[in-house]
Write a protein that binds this ligand. Structure first.
Ligand code: FES
Length: 320
């Protein structure tokens, strides 16, 4: 995977527990272009690679902006960013990868929870720059949690922003945007905690939205097999070579393939980045990733995340 060297140009507090990072290229050149919803892999230390959504204005090519929440249950990435990263530090980054891109719509509804605001702020900037109608709803626990406060105060020309504070009685369970009741011609993008996304998705489907109109991205990983029933073992068949492997309940497909010296692209290993998505030829995938939409997980030609998903059938043939 192609990478570039970047330098931490600035760090700034963005409300309680959030830190924004401004990255510039180490050689002073213009950074690769990206679309709203894209993310990069950031190599924070040896063996510590984390995925972060790019935020801010996608037209800004001199720097990239990220925002990282301090996670109490950090597996290392969030803690390192908050406690160790300093301006001037060099890091390696992947090129932007786009798995959560905007699609044409008469009107776009963006709903963010907490740090899930990062890709949706970029979407708001992109929609505003191209004169497309949108509304952005940003759910936080309390007003002190709001990131990019100055940006919201400026407002947008073609869209509106509404802040919802849980401590003022405006949690997603109590108050949802009225636009959810009118799906015609709209698209809905969600990013935030699993609970928020599941609730909004359920409400949207209840109000007549089709799964194809609803797009979501989780910022918190689902742990691959932890806490989930791994189910039965199954046989994995690689279409190109015809080789087959038994995937036991305690191992992922990715682990079995790597143990057999079969190279596969891996990045997050948590089902959130899409690097390992591979087409399914036959069999029924048991999807456990959060990178694909409901529509993608139920369409006729499916892909499977090798790092975390499994099989519902005793045999699964993949295009590898
Ligand atoms: S490696 Fe990221 S989804 Fe599998």
């Amino acid at each position: 995977m192609q990478t570039i060297e970047v330098v931490v140009d600035a760090l700034a507090r963005q409300g309680n527990n959030n830190l924004s990072l401004t990255l510039v290229s180490a050689d002073g050149s213009t950074l690769p272009a990206w679309q709203a919803g894209a993310h990069i892999d950031l190599h924070l230390a040896a063996g510590l690679i984390r995925q972060y959504s790019l935020t801010g204005d996608p037209q800004q090519r001199d720097s990239w902006l990220l925002c990282v929440k301090r996670e109490e249950a950090s597996r290392g990435g969030s803690r390192l960013v908050h406690e160790k990263l300093r301006p001037g530090q060099r890091l390696t980054a992947s090129l932007p990868r786009s798995l959560f891109a905007l699609r044409p719509a008469r009107h776009t509804v963006l709903i963010a929870g907490g740090i899930g605001i990062t890709p949706l702020l970029a979407m708001a900037e992109q929609l505003d720059a191209s004169g497309q109608s949108f509304e952005l709803h940003y759910y936080v626990r309390q007003r002190g949690d709001i990131a990019f406060r100055h940006r919201w105060q400026q407002g947008f020309r073609h869209g509106s922003v509404k802040l919802w504070c849980g401590c003022e009685g405006h949690s997603p369970r109590r108050a949802l945007p009225p636009a959810l009741q009118h799906p015609d011609g709209q698209r809905l993008y969600l990013c935030g905690p699993q609970g928020l996304m599941a609730h909004v998705q359920q409400q949207a489907l209840h109000h007549g939205w089709s799964p194809e109109q609803v797009h979501s991205e989780a910022f918190a990983a689902v742990t691959a097999l932890d806490g989930q029933d791994a189910g039965e073992g199954f046989t994995l068949i690689l279409q190109a070579s015809g080789r087959s492997f038994y995937v036991p309940p305690e191992k992922t497909i990715a682990v079995v393939l790597l143990e057999n010296d079969i190279a596969i692209p891996l990045s997050c290993e948590m089902g959130i980045c899409g690097a390992c998505l591979t087409p399914v030829v036959s069999g029924l995938a048991d999807h456990r990733d959060t990178v694909q939409s409901v529509a993608e997980k139920t369409c006729t030609s499916q892909q499977i995340a090798l790092c975390c998903s499994r099989s519902r059938t005793s045999q699964l043939v993949i295009d590898l």
